[in-house]
Design a binder for this molecule. Sequence first.
Ligand code: HEM
Length: 336
Amino acid sequence: MTRPIRPSVLRAGAVALAAVFATATPAPAQPDPETIVNAFEAALGPIRTHRPSHPKGVCAAGHFTATPDGTRLSVAPVFSGQRNNAIIRFGVAGANPNASDSARGTRGLSIRFESPTGDLFEMANISAPVFGADKPETLVNGLLSRANDPATGRPNPERAAAYAAYVAANPTVGNQGRYLAANNPPASFATTPYWGVNTFLFRGQDGQQRPARWVFEPRAGTERLTEAQMQSLGANFLADELRRRVGAGPVEFDMVLQFPGQGDDLLNPTVAWPADRPRTVVGRLTVTSVEAGAGGPCDPISFMILDQAPGIEMSDDPVLQARAAAYAVSLSRRTP
Ligand code: HEM
C-alpha cells in the first residue's frame, strides 16, 4: 500500500530544511512531515531502499485475537474477538541495515492487523518503555545536531550545543538512554516486552473513551543477553534464533493495556507511567512463521497507518500526532 506524496509538498519540505540549515535556528514547533523526514536524511543519508529507523529486520506472520476484555474495551474491528491475520516485522534500531544484534538499542515489533472484515490497523512498538524525544521538534533537533551543515561539511557546533542544552534542561529526554544502559539487549526477539509508548484513546462497548498505553508481554518471559553473550554472539543471530524458535512452536505475546492514574502525563512519551497502574490483557499475538531470508510482505509497509481505527484513536501526544504522516513520507521515498 503506497501513499503518494505530492512533489510540490516534497519541494516545500526541502525548502524548509534549507532554511533551517541556513539560519542554524531550532526546528519549528510542530515540524511538518517533510521537514521531519528531511532531518532523518540530513543526519543519516538519503532514504533509497531502507527505512531510516529500524532498517534491519525480518518479516514474520501470525494472528491476533482479542480477549473478552479487549472486545469490551474497544469497538475497533481488530478487537471483535475474531482472529485477525497479522503481518509482523521484528527490527533492530538505528539507521544501519547491518546493525549488530548485540548492540545496545531498541528492538522493534511492528504489526499490521487485517480483520476478517478487511479493516487494517498498524502499529510499531519498541523494546523500551519510553521514547527518546518529548516532542517532534526535539527529534528533529537531535537529528540535525548530528547532521553536517552543507556550508561547512561538518556538524554545526551551535546547533549541537543548543540541543545539548535542551536535553540538560529536559532530562526526561534521556530516560530511554538510561533504560537501555541499565538493561542489556534481549536474547531473542521473543523474549522482550515491546511498548507502544504513546497514549491512545480506547472507546469501549459502553461508549466510554479511556486513555491507555499498551505493551506486548512475551509469554516466553523476558531474557536478556549476558555481557559475555554480547561479546560472543556476533552481529546476526536474532532472525535465525526466531526462525528456529517458531519452527519448534508458535511464539506468543499478550497485549496488555495500561491505564493512567492521577497526575500521569498522557502526552509525553519520554515518561513511563508507574508500574502499579491498572493493567488488562486485551489480546494474544501468535507468531506462526518467519520469512526464510531478507525481505517479504512486511517490507512495503510503514506500520503507522494514516487512518486510525475507530475505537483506538490517537491522543493529542504531539509525538504520536507527528508519526503517521512522517512514516508515509518515508515510505514514499523508499518505495520505487
Ligand atoms: C516524532 C516521532 C517519530 C517520528 C518522526 C518517527 C519516524 C519514523 C520513520 C520515518 C520511520 C520509517 C518508516 C518507514 O519508512 O516505513 C520509523 C520507523 C519506526 N519507528 Fe518511528 N518515529 C517516531 C516515533 C516513534 C515512537 C514513539 C516509536 C515507539 C513506539 C517508534 C518506533 C518505530 C519503529 C519500531 C519503526 C520501524 C517500523 C518497522 O518495523 O518498519 N517511532 N519511525
